[in-house]
Design a protein around this ligand. Structure first.
Ligand code: SF4
Ligand code: MG
Length: 326
């Protein structure tokens, strides 16, 4: 069967303009040729440091940001070739949950009004059924219809994220793109919201793309995980394979910072040196070479391609070239 979402060769280049005449002198390659798919009912985690292009990717999937190049196919429909009008309709089935629900909830509107808005925009139901749906979904996300007349500032951070999730669910979407949905919350609250998202996924048969900067956060919720660095996907594998045997030095470094529950399990520790280079002037070859303890001559010259190193486990790193040829 076809995956629910298929992304092929997706790119987002922002032009750099300099001087009085705004001469085009180069590009910031925010997302540079990434491809992946998401199966129905699955959760794909996308992880990387800020500025790696993960949010830009999420926004391009919904065409909140137009891709420079590439193809996005959702549920058999090529989103990158439809009109803006058709895209607006398609957004009924793809919704986003944001990092900061406070910033995305209108402070002057009641929760009822906020949750009703997507139903009005997509012309779903009548005033009475809309109201019922709002109240039902408040219950579903662990709040109560009693909260409907309150304003966003009257809720805690965790409750606001529940409201953000309820809003995303109002149109009965198939796919939810959650961009760091728990990053702004206390650790104790994070677990509650993650559990809620997992319960909702089962109940409502949702498919998730879960964006995070921390591999620890996505571990339990993701079936597969993609790691991004400077606009490229550098590793993509099942959660199990990624955490048991990370291949890319960058993934290993990210995992070095994640505590392991089993004290007997010793992970190879890689401490990252230096900062992420500027995406407007990325290093040649493997863009990770300025920080990689395993750098070889070829790494400075050739861009490593994402290739299958083990069944279902893809990596973009020259360390695995030998292995790939045999
Ligand atoms: Fe390190 Fe080279 Fe692999 Fe890049 S390609 S991660 S520089 S070993
Ligand atoms: Mg972001």
């Amino acid at each position: 069967t076809e995956p629910l979402l298929k992304v092929e060769g997706l790119k987002k280049y922002f032009p750099i303009r300099t001087g009085m005449l705004g001469k085009h002198t180069g590009n910031v390659k925010a997302v540079d040729d990434i491809s992946f798919f998401v199966n129905e009912g699955e959760t794909l985690g996308i992880v990387g440091e800020s500025g790696c292009g993960k949010s830009t990717t999420g926004r391009m999937l919904m065409r909140l940001l137009e891709p420079t190049e590439g193809k996005v196919t959702f549920n058999g429909k090529e989103l990158t070739s439809i009109s803006n009008d058709e895209m607006r309709k398609a957004r009924r089935e793809i919704q986003m949950v944001f990092q900061d629900p406070y910033a995305s909830l209108n402070p002057r509107h009641t929760i009822e009004k906020i949750l009703m808005e997507p139903l009005i925009v997509h012309n779903i139901g009548d005033p009475k059924s809309r109201k019922k749906k709002v109240h039902d979904f408040l219950e579903i996300v662990g709040l109560s219809s009693y909260h409907a007349k309150r304003y966003p500032h009257q809720f805690s951070g965790g409750q606001r994220q529940r409201i953000g999730i309820a809003r995303a669910l109002m149109t009965n979407p198939k796919l939810i793109i959650a961009d760091e949905p728990v990053s702004a919350l206390d650790v104790s609250i994070q677990a509650q919201v993650l559990n809620l998202m997992q319960d909702l996924q089962k109940e409502l048969k949702l498919t998730y793309i879960f964006i995070a900067h921390d591999l620890g956060v996505v571990r339990h919720i993701s079936d597969r995980v993609g790691v991004m660095y400077l606009g490229r996907m550098v590793e993509l594998a099942t959660s199990e394979s990624m955490y048991a045997e990370p291949l890319h030095p960058y993934t290993k470094a990210l995992l070095s910072a994640v505590p392991v529950p089993d004290p007997e399990f010793k992970r190879e520790q890689i401490i990252l040196e230096g900062d992420i280079p500027s995406p407007s002037n990325p290093p040649s070859g493997c863009t990770f070479h300025t920080r990689c303890p395993f750098k070889m001559d070829i790494c400075v010259k050739d861009v490593p391609q994402l290739q299958e190193a083990k069944t279902g486990h893809f990596v973009a790193c020259h360390l695995y070239n030998e292995q790939l040829q045999h």
